[in-house]
Write a protein that binds this ligand. Structure first.
Ligand SMILES: Cc1cc2nc3c(=O)[nH]c(=O)nc-3n(C[C@H](O)[C@H](O)[C@H](O)COP(=O)(O)OP(=O)(O)OC[C@H]3O[C@@H](n4cnc5c(N)ncnc54)[C@H](O)[C@@H]3O)c2cc1C
Length: 431
């Protein structure tokens, strides 16, 4: 069987695909693979662009490990089975008056997969989903079941918060949640230079701020989301209508336009210009998980770098100048976000407030020349690559950028001494 990821940038032919139902079955599979010296790789929804989820040996499908396992209303902690898709989480938490603190652009990923690569949204007071982990159960590389929490091996939490699948198979994950809330979203088309000039004030000026830029334009599409009480009345078109409109504009029409531009690149600039005027959505207020995410059905490939927050305007301007110099014709926009510092050993946001710049290319286009030159600019701005997105960094490159990489390696030596969870991506990036 050939496995392919969502962005069609990776493929794998596992020796077997197994679907364990619980921790004991996972432990049995890992223990016997360890004895035989075979590799094991858990896979989530396959939404990583990088080769992080490629299984050279046994692939573990954890689709049957889903659901809410426990909830503590006092501490607002919720424990989920590791394979639970993010799109199920809102409905599972709502009856308990809780919600995820923050979410990224989509909700198709599994909790374990999102945690493993440092999946993040935007908002200077909020970190990645993994930064909210308070406990987890995992099966280590020798097939042992290990609990990590504030009272059990608490020293391992900063490693487990972003484990790149290298430390163990996550069985369940406990997340610190927020009281349920609504989000009020306002999207505007604004002058790009004004947005860049006031980047820090803007990033901290509302709960969740991000913006998109279409190549060849002078405008940024800014998205500002403000948190409000759970019972605040909804604003804007209903959810079904919103989804239908997004489906048509952001997915149906967009697919056709990107397909046309990949066949006739000369069309790309006018498509990007037209898209920049249509991209902003209506004002909306709704339950948080319904506003954070949107459907993304047009396949693309992505590279995203996190850098010190104040480096964003300079990095962005250098990237814009590069694309203009090269004359590249690109339909997909650039996305800019910001998050709080966190303590996960491998986090792009480890120890620093972080601004993210993400570049995308339609999946039928070859992004390599474009991404390679943008990557150099991101590195010049002290950038760290997103683990789930395309990049070319090696362990030697990453060492000076991520001072805690050595600490992560030490945890890996403890939990997976014989590299049962190894794959070529981990060999390249962790060593
Ligand atoms: C359209 C799209 C939008 C995206 N938007 C964002 C965004 O807004 N913000 C952001 O930060 N990222 C974003 N991403 C990236 C995505 O969130 C990450 O790549 C995420 O890891 C994908 O989760 P997954 O469930 O598909 O995991 P996979 O890609 O299948 O796996 C990722 C890693 O998780 C490991 N893993 C999976 N299950 C387990 C387990 N049970 N135990 C241990 N390890 C496990 C895998 O081995 C692998 O190392 C986006 C990706 C796409 C395609």
């Amino acid at each position: 069987m050939t496995w392919r990821n969502w962005g069609r940038s990776q493929r794998a032919t596992p020796t077997a695909v197994l679907a364990p139902a619980d921790a004991d079955e996972i432990a049995g599979i890992v223990r016997s693979a360890h004895e035989r010296g075979e590799r094991v790789k858990a896979v989530g929804a396959g939404h990583s662009f990088s080769a992080v989820a490629v299984a050279p040996g046994i692939q573990l499908d954890l689709a049957s490990l889903t659901g809410l396992l426990a909830i503590d209303a006092t501490t607002r902690e919720a424990t989920f089975a590791a394979g639970t898709p993010l799109h199920a989480v809102g409905d599972l938490l709502a009856p308990h008056g809780l919600a995820l603190e923050s979410m990224g652009d989509i909700d198709r990923q599994t909790i374990a997969g999102a945690v493993a690569t440092g999946t993040h949204g935007t908002g200077l007071a909020f970190g990645s989903i993994g930064s909210t982990i308070t406990a987890a159960t995992l099966v280590t590389g020798t097939g042992d079941v290990l609990r990590v929490s504030a009272t059990e091996h608490p020293d391992l939490l900063p490693a487990v918060r972003l484990g790149v699948g290298a430390l163990g198979v996550l069985v369940d994950v406990t997340l610190r949640c927020a009281p349920a809330f609504t989000l009020h979203a306002v999207e505007r088309v604004e002058p790009l230079d004004a947005v860049l000039d006031a980047w820090r004030e803007r990033a901290g000026g509302a709960d969740h701020v991000e913006w998109y830029w279409f190549h060849g334009t002078d405008a940024a599409i800014t998205m500002t989301r403000t948190r409000g009480p759970a019972d605040a009345p909804p604003i804007g078109p209903g959810r079904i209508r919103r989804l239908a409109e997004r489906e048509l504009l952001a997915n149906g029409a967009w697919a056709a336009l990107c397909g046309a531009a990949s066949a006739v690149p000369a069309l790309a600039p006018s498509i990007a210009r037209a898209a920049s005027t249509q991209f902003a959505g209506p004002e909306v207020r709704d339950r948080s998980d319904r506003v954070f995410v949107a459907p993304r059905r047009v396949r693309f490939r992505e590279m995203e770098y996190g850098m010190p927050l104040d480096a964003v305007p300079s990095a962005f301007r250098a990237m814009r100048a590069l694309v203009e110099r090269r004359g590249w014709r690109i339909t997909f926009p650039v996305e800019v976000r910001a998050v709080a510092a966190d303590d996960a050993l491998l986090s792009t946001a480890h120890g620093r407030e972080t601004g993210y710049v993400a570049v995308h290319r339609y999946w039928r286009e070859d992004p390599r020349a474009h991404f390679a030159e943008v990557e150099r600019i991101m590195l010049d701005h002290d950038g760290r690559p997103h683990w789930g997105k395309l990049h070319t960094q090696t362990a030697a490159d990453l060492e000076p950028r991520l001072p805690t990489l050595a600490d992560f390696r030490a945890v890996r030596d403890r939990l997976d001494p014989d590299r049962t969870f190894d794959n070529p991506y981990l060999r390249r990036t962790i060593g």
